[in-house]
Design a protein around this ligand. Structure first.
Ligand code: SF4
Length: 470
């Protein structure tokens, strides 16, 4: 709970305040005991869910209705991030961490000796609506371990959502994790209640999945992804034809995979992500560093540090796939199977393709500007706009938002080159590393949110604990 609540409206103090108030107004010892029991369950299950990284609420258009509460379309649903970089604007919780499966990498696996708890659908709905009304949260991220079977677990999650949507008339944002193996009929029902669904891809290859999570299969994961993709498409068409038709998964689907638990290289991971984006139009692929807490012959040693920088580089490369027109095979290939930890993926690509540089800022096409290190989407657009009004000089680039220290090695402005050497890969790489924060590119623009001093409590699990964003 301590990490889940850090730095946001859903603070631990407020949470405890609410529970204490509820206990004080309870009129019987039995009610007090019930509240304490609920507090204990929330503590266990919120803590178990904190490693889930897939929760961001953008994309939903569910607005408030007369007599209802909550509004997923409002700008108030924002992203907040805890010290470990996880999204915390939602109540992120498991229905249960009692699991029938035994995934080797997961703290909640059946053979793990951890505290177990289970919330009833009524309790999930009640906690969510009470936290929402007190403005602690903007929505709900609900996941679960596999209680007896995927279908039985999903039935319980559906019941919780039905209470929220129909009895409490809750229109706020809800992201639900789909358990691999859930029947298509239940996935359909879930999708008409939630804003976003996600099915965790778990591990980067079927072989690794078989080795570490033998009760799961690629088919059981990709099947629901395909179904959700098709139904989102159908729903959009229906809504165009039938005004007021209920939207199916309006905020789209995401997935998450664990990085560093298995031997797959970065280029395999990026090719997988690319395929998932192309096949299922996923909103995001989330990468979660494997944190060793389990001794297992197929897993890294307990003394191996979590590959946080690698995770960050994968997010940067993923950005190149989605917004910068790169393909996975351009970013990495068999000769360069892993992302550089020293420089960001775009700089690394540019250093391996110096024959394409420097580019003249006043003539380069938009697509090529996007490939220049230090030039982002917005600055590329501004350069194109500025060129319509006149010539762009080096000083203007700074005002436009270009990172000159990085870009200068790869561009000319009005024919003038501002770097030290235009074709010396080692020299340019050394400059890029030296000019990055703290004398080297730690790549921690995002990762600086991670507090490495935090105690490592558990391994991210794919469906429950570590299945995630919105
Ligand atoms: S990853 Fe999910 S299914 Fe596997 S042991 Fe953990 S909670 Fe259970």
């Amino acid at each position: 709970m301590q990490d889940l609540t850090r730095g946001c409206k859903f603070s631990e103090h407020m949470f405890l305040f609410w529970l204490i108030c509820a206990m004080l107004i309870a009129t019987s010892r039995r009610q007090v005991v019930t509240q304490v029991d609920l507090l204990n369950k929330v503590r266990i299950l919120a803590d178990a869910a904190k490693y889930d990284v897939s929760c961001s609420s953008s994309g939903s258009t569910r607005s408030n209705k007369a007599g209802g509460v909550g509004n997923a379309a409002a700008a108030g649903i924002c992203h907040s991030w805890s010290a470990d970089g996880r999204c915390i604007s939602l109540l992120k919780i498991l229905m249960t961490n009692i699991c029938a499966y035994d995934c080797a990498y997961c703290i909640n696996r059946a053979t793990s000796d951890v505290e177990r708890a289970m919330l009833s659908p009524e309790e999930v709905a009640e906690i969510t609506i009470n936290f929402y009304r007190r403005n602690y949260i903007e929505g709900l991220f609900l996941s679960s371990a596999v209680f007896r079977s995927p279908d039985e677990t999903t039935e319980r999650m559906i019941r919780a959502l039905e209470i929220l949507r129909r009895e409490y008339r809750f229109n706020g944002y809800i992201h639900v994790k789909v358990i691999p193996g859930t029947s298509p009929a239940l996935t359909t029902r879930l999708g008409f209640l939630a804003d976003r669904l996600s099915v965790n891809i778990e591990l980067p290859s079927p072989q690794s999945l078989h080795a570490l999570a033998p009760q799961k299969s690629s088919e059981a994961i990709l099947g629901p992804m395909g179904q959700i993709h098709d139904q989102i498409h159908e729903s959009r068409e229906t809504r165009l034809a039938v005004r007021g038709a209920t939207a199916y998964v309006p905020a789209g689907q995401t997935t998450q995979l664990i990085v560093g638990a298995t031997p797959e290289r970065d280029h395999q991971i990026l090719q997988l992500s690319e395929k998932l984006y192309q096949s299922f139009q996923l909103k995001r692929v989330y990468y979660s560093s494997y944190i060793p807490t389990v001794s297992h012959p197929n897993l890294p040693s307990l003394f191996t540090a979590p590959p946080l920088r690698r995770e960050h580089r994968l997010y940067q490369a993923d950005w190149l796939l989605r917004f910068y027109g790169f393909s996975a095979r351009e970013i990495l290939d068999d000769r360069h199977p892993d992302l550089s930890l020293d420089v960001d993926p775009k700089s690394d690509w540019a250093l391996r393709h110096l024959d394409q540089f420097p580019v003249e800022i006043n003539r380069a096409p938009y697509e090529m500007l996007l490939r220049v290190p230090g030039i982002g989407l917005r600055s590329a657009q501004r350069i194109i706009a500025a060129r319509r009004a006149g010539t762009v000089d080096f000083d203007l680039l700074k005002k436009i938002g270009v990172v000159q220290k990085r870009a200068r090695h790869f561009i000319t402005c009005q024919g003038k080159f501002y770097g030290e050497a235009s074709q010396d890969e080692q020299l340019i790489r050394a400059h890029l590393v030296a000019d990055s924060p703290s004398g080297k590119d730690s790549g921690l623009g995002q990762i600086s949110l991670f507090d490495l001093s935090l105690p490592v409590l558990s391994v991210v699990s794919s469906c429950a604990v570590d299945s995630g964003e919105f």
